[in-house]
Design a protein around this ligand. Structure first.
Ligand SMILES: [Zn+2]
Length: 341
């Protein structure tokens, strides 16, 4: 009923196409103890060579304009206090009791053990090759390793485990959403894919994780053959339909719209959204003003830009606070709060 409140958080850059057969889901059976053994998953992942690493700025608006960092954090805090004195912080439509760190849905706080279900999907016109899937799994590993290392910078321990569907044979779906970054993407993709795998609804997947693993956070990564702009499907408000949206997930595409291959930094960026991270670049919910300020304060934040070399990026302190890595709240964090639409 309140589906319109399900907000799409779009990604930096995007792409992809793909596809393949159907009716093979049952053989993976959701009754199997795990979604494909972890050992098998990792062993296959090792087959691939490392992903191509080319430093590239994101293709989104604003881009690199040569501006260099010119404001200190102390200066910004002072400016923020002046802005705050002259502006209602709730003029973006948020209620006064809006909780910035929502901690709702299946991915609440990025701490401890986190379960990630990876799925490979395609439509009738395309299909993944095995090597392409291995390439993606390599990037996935790079993304989660980077997240673990970033957590250590904030003295937080994070471990990722999980399983996979569609590695041997693509999960086949009709009417797949190929994200465009407009914000009107299909936000039912997680429940559609889970249903295809064999879950009655997305909550039964979450209950499986709680009952069979030590993880208390879970999410779904949907790797889609073809081109598109990835997007995150986060459970943002309590009035959303839990059967459809409680399990949070991400749509990611083999290639961006400009045809370059998916970067591991985009995988990490989208996962961060599920734990509450905000975009720091201009989007349908974020202003140029905020992007400009982020460029000065956190020029290499993963929520501001993407790169084919994830190691030149970091998690800025606003994002760290949003995902639960930093307990002390600074008033100026809320200046980067996205608009509510
Ligand atoms: Zn984003």
């Amino acid at each position: 009923m309140l589906e319109f409140s399900k907000l799409v958080v779009e990604t930096a850059v995007a792409n992809q196409s793909g596809a393949m057969e159907a009716d093979t889901i049952s053989k993976h059976g959701r009754s199997s103890k795990s979604h494909m053994s972890r050992g098998n998953f990792l062993r296959k992942a090792c087959v691939l060579a490392s992903a191509l690493m080319i430093a590239v700025l994101a293709a989104y608006g604003g881009g690199s304009d040569g501006r260099s960092s010119s404001i200190t954090l102390d200066e910004f805090k002072r400016q923020f206090n002046e802005i705050r004195a002259n502006r209602s912080l709730d003029d973006d439509g948020y209620s006064l009791d809006w909780n910035y760190q929502q901690n709702l849905g299946s991915a609440k706080t990025m701490k401890g053990d986190i379960y990630i279900l990876s799925c490979f999907i395609s439509d009738s016109k395309n299909q993944w090759s095995y090597d392409e899937k291995m390439d993606i799994i390599n990037k996935y590993q790079e993304a989660v390793n980077w997240l673990k290392n970033q957590a250590l910078r904030y003295n937080v321990t994070v471990n990722f485990e999980g399983g996979n569907f569609g590695l041997d044979t693509d999960i086949k779906l009709d009417n797949i959403e190929y994200g465009s970054g407009r914000g009107n993407e299909d936000v039912k993709m997680v429940s559609r894919v889970l249903k295809k795998i064999g879950y009655n609804n997305s909550l039964s997947f979450y209950n499986w994780v709680i009952g069979n693993t030590k993880c208390r956070n879970a999410l779904v990564l949907i790797f889609t053959k073809g081109k598109g702009t990835g997007y995150a499907m986060a459970f943002e408000t309590k009035d959303m339909n839990e059967d459809l949206y409680f399990v949070e997930g991400v749509m990611l595409y083999e290639r961006y719209l400009n045809n370059s291959k998916l970067a591991s930094s985009t995988i990490a960026h989208e996962i961060l959204h599920l734990f509450g991270a905000w975009d720091l670049y201009k989007t349908f919910r974020q202003t140029q003003d905020r992007e400009d300020k982020a460029r000065e304060l956190f020029p290499n934040s993963i929520m501001l830009r993407t790169s084919f070399n994830i190691n030149e990026l970091y998690i800025d302190e606003v994002t760290a606070w949003l995902i639960g890595w930093k307990s002390k709240t600074e008033a100026w964090y809320e200046w980067f709060k996205p608009s509510k639409k």
